[in-house]
Design a protein around this ligand. Structure first.
Ligand SMILES: *[C@@H]1O[C@H](CO)[C@@H](O)[C@H](O)[C@H]1NC(C)=O
Ligand SMILES: *[C@@H]1O[C@H](CO)[C@@H](O)[C@H](O)[C@H]1NC(C)=O
Ligand SMILES: *[C@@H]1O[C@H](CO)[C@@H](O)[C@H](O)[C@H]1NC(C)=O
Length: 287
């Protein structure tokens, strides 16, 4: 194995661990869908798509997407999110469906803004011609988007299908973005972990550790971590995050900014005892 193939292997490993696929890169190879592709990036839907593991993107060509340009950015995002189906469907899987018509759940449904079936797509297969039609599941909608072809796929994670026209559910232009903020589960989870990681980055500012002159732990990062409403920001509580960081706690989330008082006092006692022991041992060595 020469060095360039080792490099390729490493690159492959690195990219597979980061994200399963990159919709932007997939569509970059098809100039017909370049407008759709740049809208996915502008609306930040591309990263939402990449964060999923099982997804189908319904793309339209450059001519068909132009109807969206006059719409406000939030409407563009809502309409495009109707084209992101939260499951893997390629041509085969659609045709294998035993039912004449099926409802598919889209990313717009998970936004919490959809009403009146706006977040679903109705897929209907004409068993005699084999033609697959799609449209909004809003009652009374016409199924005028025809599935043209399979553009790309990576079974069973991502499939890209071309449809003949944009699917624009009735009333989607009035979907109110401020009615329900869209808290992505991805965005919410790192928040608690972020706080302790701040504590573990050691601040060089140590403004006088008055209580424990021999303590190796500066107070500054701890007190800056303590919540504003804490009555004892520089009390014993303040020691906990840097201590856990220094002693390599494997679960930084467990050591929140407001830990239980008795356990931190205990930790402090242990620290002081350890220091005493070390000083004792060093003294013994000199005696
Ligand atoms: C594909 O999706 C499955 C779940 O459906 C997941 O376990 C797997 O990790 C995904 N593959 C990649 C390369 O992300
Ligand atoms: C996806 O690919 C595009 C184009 O190659 C690149 O600009 C972007 O950084 C990639 N995104 C990720 C998350 O790798
Ligand atoms: C899907 O559309 C077809 C044709 O308009 C309709 O007959 C069918 O009832 C719809 N299916 C659902 C589940 O709404």
């Amino acid at each position: 194995m020469n060095s360039s193939s080792v490099f390729l292997l490493l690159l492959l490993l690195a990219s597979s661990s980061a994200s399963a696929f990159n919709i932007t890169r997939m569509l970059d190879q098809y100039p017909d869908f370049s407008n759709f592709n740049s809208l996915l990036t502008q609306t930040h839907l591309a990263s939402e798509i990449n964060s999923r593991q099982t997804i189908t993107v319904l793309v339209v060509d450059n001519g068909a997407v132009s109807g969206l340009y006059s719409s406000p950015a939030d409407v563009q995002k809502h309409v495009l999110s109707v084209h992101v189906v939260l499951d893997y469907y390629d041509m085969e899987k659609l045709k294998q469906s035993s039912k004449k018509s099926t409802l598919l759940t889209t990313l717009f449904q998970s936004s919490g803004l959809a009403t009146n079936q706006q977040g679903f797509i109705n897929v209907t297969i004409d068993k005699s011609s084999g033609e697959i039609s799609m449209g909004s599941a809003v009652p009374g909608s016409t199924l005028d988007a025809r599935v043209v072809k399979q553009v790309a796929s990576s079974p069973y994670n991502i499939s890209v299908l071309q449809v003949s026209t944009l699917i624009r559910p009735a009333g989607i232009d009035d979907a109110n973005a401020s009615k329900a903020p869209v808290p992505s589960p991805k965005a919410a989870s790192p928040a608690p972990a972020a706080a302790p990681s701040g504590a573990s980055s050691p601040s060089p500012v140590a403004d006088g550790p008055a209580a424990d002159a021999e303590s190796p732990v500066p107070e500054a990062p701890a007190s800056s971590q303590a919540p504003a409403d804490s009555p004892a920001a520089d009390g014993p509580e303040a020691y906990s995050p840097p201590l856990s960081a220094r002693f390599g706690s494997s679960s930084p989330i467990a050591e929140g900014p407001t830990p239980d008082h008795s356990s931190t006092t205990a930790t402090r006692v242990v620290l002081v005892s350890c220091l005493g022991l070390i000083v004792g041992v060093v003294c013994m060595a000199f005696l």
